[in-house]
Write a protein that binds this ligand. Structure first.
Ligand code: TRP
Length: 330
């Protein structure tokens, strides 16, 4: 109980990219030594945009296999599926009653995702941040390791926690963003001004964690750079800078060291080496992933156990909340 709590979640909605790996997944295993960690597969968030049911089930199982392949140890951490723990939806309802529409209207992710939908914007898309707040607050989370794009949701979560605490007395820990040590945001290989995204329509824009080595190398070779042709880590060479960031995240070398190493060589050798490094880094992960995926029984055992342990903690928080808002105990 003395350890600080880390909570994070990933949507089971398609293949994870190298950006997800460097920005999130690759750090998750390390946290297990120092913190009490919960890692969630947020399938309830995933259905805020249309999903094919069979595909969603498959994606959830695949994401669990990927979590394990990345080194999450179900003995050390709680790894579970959001829809298996009903307290998420229960707390969300209560939080809905203290959330203001104005706040949700200002969420940039909501604005992006509701664009061009006219009157047909799902309410779930609107209340997405409230469910995320419930995820985090149920477990009295201290730190949430999220990227830049989720900071606004975390600010919202803090705000709701404080509002509840002020209105009903101290109940929730007010969580903080946990900034990763390597801060690099991985960008699209085809447009270095846009984030590398699993939903990019151009398959060459993203490296997927399960891409075969030859595909990884080809995508890196084709990555957009510039006509300057000189190794440098600069704002004028965003494409190259992104590749250097990837190189640095994968090898642990600093960006200065990398620029120095390839000075005066053009980009050919650099890209070739980078392709090699990324492929070599991902292939053991892919092997472990495939092993886990073949062991459905083990996966089921792990997510059932995770759901039980998560529920036990979540119930405690929810009981407090229900009592404070004035619900009669049953
Ligand atoms: N909204 C997050 C994303 O898209 C996923 C998420 C849901 C999450 N619940 C969370 C992340 C709780 C951290 C903590 O990346």
């Amino acid at each position: 109980m003395s350890k600080k709590v880390i909570y994070s979640g990933i949507q089971p909605s398609g293949s994870l990219t190298l950006g997800n790996y460097i920005g999130a997944l690759s750090n998750f295993a390390q946290f297990q030594e120092e913190f009490d960690c919960l890692y969630c597969i947020v399938d309830m968030h995933a259905i805020t945009v249309e999903q094919e049911p069979a595909k969603l089930r498959q994606n959830a199982l695949q994401l669990l296999a990927l979590y394990l392949a990345a080194g999450l140890d179900p003995k050390k951490s709680i790894v579970y599926i959001q829809s298996h723990v009903p307290e998420h939806a229960q707390l969300e309802w209560v939080l809905n009653t203290i959330t203001y529409m104005g706040q949700l209207n200002r969420m940039t992710q909501f604005k992006d995702k509701s664009k061009n939908r006219g009157d047909n914007i799902p309410v779930g898309l609107f209340t997405y941040p409230v469910l995320m707040a419930a995820d985090i607050l149920l477990f009295q989370t201290d730190y949430v390791p999220v990227g830049e794009d989720q900071k606004q949701h975390l600010e919202f979560t803090r705000d709701i926690a404080e509002r509840f605490n002020n209105r009903y007395s101290d109940t929730f820990v007010v969580p903080e963003v946990y900034l990763p040590k390597v801060g690099a945001r991985i960008m699209s290989l085809q447009n270095p001004e846009a984030k590398m995204s699993k939903s990019d329509s151009d398959p060459n824009a993203s490296i997927f964690l399960l891409d075969p080595p030859a595909v990884i190398k080809k995508k890196i070779k084709r990555a957009v750079t510039d006509s300057i042709g000189e190794m440098a880590y600069s704002d004028e060479q965003l494409g190259l800078r992104n590749l250097i960031d990837i190189y640095s995240a994968i090898t642990g070398e600093t960006t200065d060291e990398i620029v120095e190493k390839y000075k005066g060589q053009g980009y050919g050798q650099f890209k070739e080496d980078l392709g090699e490094f990324v492929a070599n880094k991902l292939s053991p992960l892919q092997e472990r992933y495939n092993e886990y995926l073949q062991n459905k029984e083990l996966l089921e055992e792990i997510y059932r156990d995770g759901a039980q342990r998560a529920s036990a903690i979540a119930q405690k928080t929810l009981r407090k909340v229900y009592k404070k808002v004035g619900f009669l105990p049953r």
